[in-house]
Design a protein around this ligand. Structure first.
Ligand code: PEP
Ligand code: CO
Length: 447
C-alpha cells in the first residue's frame, strides 16, 4: 500500500476535532487508524469520477442534484426499514423532479458515512453537570452520562462497518428492481391521494403515469427503468477517519477518499489555511463546500483557487445555506463574482441550516415554509443572474417524524413532541420531503 503520510501538510489547525483520550496521536486513535487503513475501500475511485462527470453536467444545467438524508446518522438507525425508507424518499423525490424538469437527477444520499457533527460548544451542561458535547456516533454516545460521552476512537471502526452495511443495502435496493421508475410512480400515487396534499399533485402524478405508458408503448425497454445510480456523501469532519480511508487509485496513481463518493467541508471547518481544506485539496473526489451568509466573494474565490486550481469541471459544488431571510441579499454577489471569474461550479441550495430555531417547547425546529422560501429565493437569484440553480441539499428521513413544523400536514410547535427522533438537526419527514419535491418541480419547470 502506498505511503500517504506525506500527502497532507503537517501541523495545520483542524477545527471541530474530538478530544480523543491520549490526543490525536495517542495509542487509542492509532489503533483505530491502523485497523481502518487495512480495510477495503467503501467506494471505488472510478465511481467518484463518474459522479464528477455528472456534476459537470449539472453545473451546465443539464442535470439536477438531489442530496438528502439525516443530519446525523446513528448506528441504531442503520436498520433495513430506516435505510429503505430514506432511499425510497429520495427516489420518489427524484422521480418527481426528473419528470417535471425533464432533466436527469443525480441522486446522492447524506448516507453511509454521515456520523460526525460539528458543535457550537465543546461541552454540554445540564443542571450542574457538564460533559463533552455529543459529536455524532463517530465520536461518542448521545446519552448524557460521563461514560457515554467519552470520545472513543474505536467508534471510527464502527462507522466504517455501519457505512459498509448501509452501502450494501443501498446497492442492493438501487440495482435490484426496487428503484424501478414504474414502482416509484406507484408509491407517489399513494402520497398524492392523501387529501391533505390537494389536487395539484394528483394532476402531476397522472401526467407522469401517462409518460411512462407512452414510453412503454413506444417500445422503450422496461429494463432501462430498473436500476439507478445512487451516490454516498457525508461531511469530511473527522480527519483521522478520512485520511485512513484515503488510498492511491491504481488506475491513475492519485489519492481518493474512498469513504464516500462525495464529501463536503462544513461551514465551521472551511478555514483556508486549516487542515480540512488541505485535506480536501489533496483528494480527487468531487468536493462540496458549505457557504453561509457571512461568506464574502473574496472568501469563495480563495477557496475555489485552493480546491480547484485547474478549474476541472465537476470538481466543486458550492452548497449555500443562507436562510430564507438572507438568500436574496447574500447569494447574488457570490454568484456574480464567481461567474465573472469563470470558475466552473455547481450551485446547490441547502435550505435547512440557515432556518433552524428553537420552538417554545425547547425543540430545535425549522418551518417548512422557510425551507421552501429559501429554495424559491435560490431559483430567483439564479434566474436573475442567468446561472443554473443546480440542486438541493436536504435533511430528511423516510419516517413519519414530527421535527419540522408546517407543510400540508400542518405540524405545529405542540406536535413536535409526538415523534421527535433526530440525533441532531430537525429533518423533513416523508410527506414534507415529497411535498418539497413537487414544489421544487414547479420551480424547475418555470426556471
Ligand atoms: C450539516 O450539514 O449538518 C451542517 C452542520 O451544516 P453547516 O456546515 O452548513 O452548518
Ligand atoms: Co444538520
Amino acid at each position: 500500500m502506498a505511503n500517504l503520510d506525506s500527502l497532507f501538510t503537517p501541523g495545520l489547525v483542524a477545527a471541530q476535532q474530538p478530544q480523543w483520550p491520549g490526543g490525536p496521536d495517542g495509542a487509542e486513535v492509532r489503533a483505530a487508524v491502523e485497523t481502518l487503513k487495512k480495510l477495503p475501500p467503501l467506494v471505488f475511485a472510478g465511481e467518484c469520477d463518474n459522479l464528477k462527470a455528472r456534476i459537470a453536467e449539472a453545473a451546465e444545467g443539464k442535470a439536477f442534484w438531489l442530496q438528502g438524508g439525516d443530519c446525523a446518522e446513528t448506528f441504531a438507525a442503520a436498520t433495513a426499514d430506516s435505510i429503505r425508507n430514506r432511499i425510497k424518499t429520495i427516489l420518489q423525490m427524484a422521480a418527481v423532479l426528473q419528470y417535471f424538469a425533464s432533466l436527469p437527477v443525480i441522486k446522492v444520499g447524506r448516507m453511509a458515512g454521515q456520523f460526525a457533527k460539528p458543535r457550537s460548544n465543546n461541552d454540554e451542561t445540564r443542571g450542574d453537570v457538564t460533559l463533552p458535547a455529543y459529536r455524532g456516533d463517530a465520536v461518542n454516545d448521545i446519552e448524557f452520562t460521563e461514560e457515554a460521552r467519552r470520545p472513543d476512537p474505536q467508534r471510527l471502526v464502527q462507522v466504517y462497518n455501519t457505512s459498509s452495511a448501509t452501502l450494501n443495502l443501498v446497492r442492493a435496493f438501487t440495482q435490484g428492481g426496487f428503484a424501478d421508475l414504474r414502482q416509484v410512480h406507484e408509491w407517489n400515487k399513494g402520497f398524492v391521494s392523501d387529501p391533505r396534499f390537494g389536487a395539484r399533485y394528483e394532476q402531476m402524478a397522472t401526467e407522469l403515469g401517462r409518460a411512462l405508458d407512452f414510453m412503454a408503448s413506444a417500445g422503450v425497454d422496461p429494463e432501462a427503468f430498473k436500476t439507478v445510480d445512487f451516490y454516498s456523501s457525508h461531511e469530511a469532519l473527522i480527519l483521522e477517519y478520512e485520511k485512513a480511508l484515503t488510498r492511491i487509485d491504481s488506475r491513475t496513481d492519485l489519492p481518493y477518499d474512498v469513504s464516500a463518493h462525495f464529501v463536503w467541508i462544513g461551514e465551521r471547518t472551511r478555514q483556508l489555511d486549516g487542515a480540512h481544506m488541505d485535506f480536501a485539496a489533496k483528494i480527487q473526489n468531487p468536493i462540496g463546500i458549505k457557504l453561509g451568509p457571512k461568506t464574502t466573494p473574496e472568501d469563495a474565490l480563495a477557496m475555489i483557487a485552493k480546491l480547484n486550481p485547474t478549474n476541472e469541471p465537476g470538481r466543486l459544488t458550492l452548497i449555500t445555506r443562507m436562510g430564507a431571510g438572507l438568500i436574496r441579499e447574500k447569494l447574488p454577489p457570490l454568484v456574480k463574482a464567481i461567474t465573472e471569474s469563470g470558475a466552473k461550479v455547481l450551485w446547490v441550495c441547502d435550505p435547512m441550516h440557515g432556518n433552524t430555531y428553537e420552538a417554545p417547547s425547547g425543540y430545535k425546529t425549522r418551518k417548512f415554509e422557510d425551507v421552501t422560501d429559501e429554495v424559491r429565493g435560490f431559483f430567483e437569484v439564479h434566474k436573475a443572474q442567468g446561472t443554473h440553480p443546480g440542486g438541493i441539499h436536504i435533511e430528511l428521513t423516510g419516517d413519519d417524524v414530527t421535527e419540522c413544523v408546517g407543510g400540508g400536514e400542518q405540524i405545529s410547535h405542540e406536535d413536535l413532541a409526538t415523534r421527535y427522533e433526530t440525533a441532531c438537526d430537525p429533518r423533513l419527514n416523508h410527506s414534507q420531503s415529497l411535498e418539497l419535491a413537487f414544489l421544487v418541480a414547479e420551480m424547475l419547470r418555470d426556471r
